[in-house]
Each structure stands twice: as C-alpha cells, then as structure tokens.
Design a protein around this ligand. Sequence first.
Ligand SMILES: [Zn+2]
Length: 613
Amino acid sequence: MHLVPVLPLMPHETLVSWTARIARYHANMSSHYFLSLIQLSRQDVVDGTEYGVTRLADLTGVPEARIEKCCIRREGDRNLSHRGECFSSLFMCRTQVSYCPQCLLEDRDTEGASLGMRVGRLSWMFRTVRACHRHGCEVLRRPRENFSEQFQDMEIVAPEDWALKQQVPAAGAMMHSELQEYVERRLAGASGPMWLDEQPIDQAAKACEMLGACMEYGAHCDLDRLVPADWHCAGAVGFEATSQGVKGIRAALDQIQRKSAGKYARGGGPQAIFGRLYQWLQFNKGGQDRGPIRHVLREHILDAFPIGPGTRLFGECVTQRRRHSVSSLSRESGLHPKTLSRALVRSGLIQEQEEQDVDPWSTADARQAGILVQKIKHSIPVKQVPKYLNCNRRQAELLVREGILPQLVTSERFHGGVLTNVAIEDIEAFLSKFRRHGREVSAPDQQMIDVITASELVRVPVVDIVRMVLDGQLSNIELLDLENGFRSVLVDPSEVRSAVDRADEQSGLSAREVANELEIFSSGPSQLRKNLDRDGQPFLKAVEIRNSKGKAKHRYAPAEVERFKKRYVKLGDLANERGISAKAMSKRLRENGVSTIVPRNLLNAAFYRRADL
Ligand SMILES: [Zn+2]
C-alpha cells in the first residue's frame, strides 16, 4: 500500500528534503519523528542506502530508479558517488549547511510545486556550486552545529522565514560560473570539455580552482584567506584554461611564469614560479591523486627549468634532463660560465640577451647544449689546424675565414679564446665532404696533383679549387690515403683551368673578345670601362669578378657591348654612312666642335657620341 496522493520528487531535490516533505505532507510531523515511526534511520536517507531507497519506494510508489537519481552514496571511507560520478567526500559540503535564502522563501508559495514546503537542492551540496542560478546570489554556508545537522532538512537546519528574509541582502550578488555550470551539467549526464571529463569530477574542479587561484591572485597568494567569492572567481578563470585542454593549461602556466618571474628572485626554481600550485602537487602528504594537472605541470617544468635526472618531481623521479641553465651546464661540463653564456647565445640556444650579461638562470635545450659542450671540448685553435689537416697556416686561415671550416662561434666582436677554436668534428666533416666525389687509387695518374700544387700551377686560389671540389664541379678527382689529410685529394690541373674558364665565360665576354668585336686595342675595353661619359657612367660597363684572394677580373655582357655600339660610332663607319671619306668626315666633325669620346691613341680608333652628331 502506498501513501496517496503521490508526492513527487522535485527535480534536483535531495533525498533528505523529499523524505522531510513526505513526513509533513502525509503525517504532518517532523522528519525525525516520521522516520522513527516508519523505522528508517536518518543515515539510510542521508547515504541513500539500498535499504532506504527500497523502503521509500515501497512507501510512496515512486520507482527506485527515480529515487536513486537523487542519492548521494558512500563509496568506502573517503569517497561518495552520485549519478555514476565518484568523488572524494571533500567535494561535498556535508559538514556545512548550505542554502539559498531566496529559493527557500519562494518555496513557501502554497500554489508552487513544493506545495509551500522548503526544498533542499542537490546542487547546494557540491562545494564548487557557490552561486544560485535562479537568483544570481551566493549560496549561504555555515558549519553544521552537530552531527544530526548532516540530515539537512531545510525546515530544521535553515533559519526561520523572518530570519531568511534578513539574510537575503547578506547573500551577495554572484553569477554562476562556467565551472559550476560544468559540474552541474556533468552530474546531469552531459559531456565535454574532454580534458575535464577524463578525470573524476572533483579532481577536475579542484584543478580549475588551483590553477585559477594562481592566475588570478598570484602564485604565492594565501589560499586560506580566499573567501568563497574568490574561489568562485578562481574556478571560472581556471576553467577557461582547462576547457581548452593541455594547450590552454600550458598557456596559463606560461602566464603565471611571466608574472612570477618579475616578482621572485630568478633561480628559485619552479616552486618560486608556480608557488601554491607547485606545493599542492609536490608536498602532497596524503598522497591523493591530483589528476592529470600533475602531469601537465610536470611536463611544463621539465620543458622550462634545469631539472637534473634523479630529482623527485611530483612523486616521480626525473629520468632525463631537458633543460640546462648556464650554471648547471657549467657545473656539469667544467667550462667557465662566461664561455658557456657566449657559446649558448652565439649558437642561438639562448636568446633574448646580450652575451655579456646572460642571466645564469637562462636555460637551453639540454641535448643541444650537450652537443655544443662536446664540440667545445673537442676543438683545436686555428693555429693547430695546419698540422691536423696537413696544410699550411695561410690555407688554414683562409678556409676558416671563408667559413669552409667553421669556428665554434663566429663573431666580429669577439676575438681569441676557446670559442674561436675549430671543432675536430667539423674538420672531419669537411675532410669527408672534400673527399666525397673522389675515387681511391693506389697509384695516382701522372697529371694528378694536390690542390695546393694545382693552385700554384693554374694561378687560382686554393680556396677556389676547394670550392670546385666541394661543389662537384670537377669530375676527375683521385684520393690518396686519408692520413694525407688536405693533400689526399688530387685534381687534374687542366680540368681546374677549364672550370675557371667556364665560370668566366658564363659571366660575359673577356676584354680581348670585346676588343676584337670593336676592332680596338686589347687594352681598349678597360679604357672604356675606366673613363666616364657625361652622365657619370662608364662608356662600357663591366662585371667585376673577384677570386678568394680578392683579385678582380672584368667581363663584359654581350648586351652591354651592343648598347655601346648603338650609342657611339667609329669614324670609319660614320663616314661610310654619310658616303664621304674618313678624312672629310673627321674634318667636318672638327669644324663642328665634335670630339672623340676617348683620345684616339688609347683605343686605336676614333669613337664619337651619336648624340653629338
Ligand atoms: Zn536561489
């Protein structure tokens, strides 16, 4: 037999509240007496035990499945569950009495759904829910006075109506936050954002609040002094970051890092930078699982701070270092911090600073910094390169100056010191590249000579021949044993000569070719190049080609020669055009005051400017 008429459970009503309303509605007695009468313990209702649910279902005819939706059940000693979500008991306000005074006053409407009886809302029980959706005000909370108040019958635990009315102004305006909305939606079965959904609901909420507190109130804020409104705001700020997943959280951590860096002495490490967030994860005495935020901050710290292997970070041992500071690298390598600072800045591993005043706490990628240290340690001064490479001092210097053998660090401002050394690794790499296009022979062909000898023979700088070899411009290269070093590469001097000529041809006509074309002295083109016309430009423009020794050659583009021929005309050609003798033409020009562009004896021909005619 059921109690009739059925008093339905209101949406989001607690089991305690419903039971209390049944007592008043059907028996006109307080919940405590009613439960004694039906021999159901208060604890069975508070904990929504199976027994309690069955008894209430039998009594009211409301299906068990419906009743279970409003149950908050015990899961072991420390956890609770509600609608399939399991969470720490701390996520709920069981030791506090929570209510919205305006909601309770509205419940008094006898025409309303609650038939004039107060309703305890489930959402008030969750710590993260701090604002009343309906009234845009704070949910009021006070510590419970005794154990029996855990049975939150609003008629008993909340003040009388007249007192509630006085409390309305005290419940300050507070809009619901996105975090609170997330918690309520998730409990109602909705999903997303994913990063939050993948962890227990209480961990998700706590991660938002801790992150948000450090973002909003500073990494070293006093958490004990934050009031509910502060936590509400922190949760909203944190949710904005966490709802974007790891990327959003990393951006938030960057923001905290930037703010902290200015305030706290550098070198204090991640605790100085991330303050409460770091301490919450690092000094987790209870060993509670803090959820995935632990992994995100751990990764962030390893990516940004010089944390050495063996360090215990958030309960886990660091196996591999990712960042080195100038100090940690100096300790590990034995190299002077100043040397390292310069090397790290110059090689681009540390940015932003002037190398003279590099912050010793600046960090660099540990792997790349390690490679750099090895290079520095295995390097030799330029003056030792000739012996290593089997060349002379001048050649070694040129190879370095031309960047074929790179110095550890190249800088115009920086002279001397270990960083001007050349890494053995780079010398070896050069040799192997230098020998790449050659074939090993036991007895070289007769004409084959080493690059240094070829340079003297063909009169081309050594470095230019080295470039030809490296660039694969020569096809005939023979190799002696590697122990001959620089002299192990043999080239064919005639091929070197052709390669030089080919390069010259590609850049234009030689002076001799131009002289033939214009029928002037072979020194004529250089006269036309050096002398300037009225517009300040040479009569004939040339392309200057310098070899690695700085010696210049001049070549003339065919189009430039054509331009010259259009602009200027030779006496003989002019006379032919006009059908008179050269002598008569010359006389006429002289009478008209037209002179040659360059004295006739310099070119072996008289040229006139067509514009003058
Ligand atoms: Zn309300």
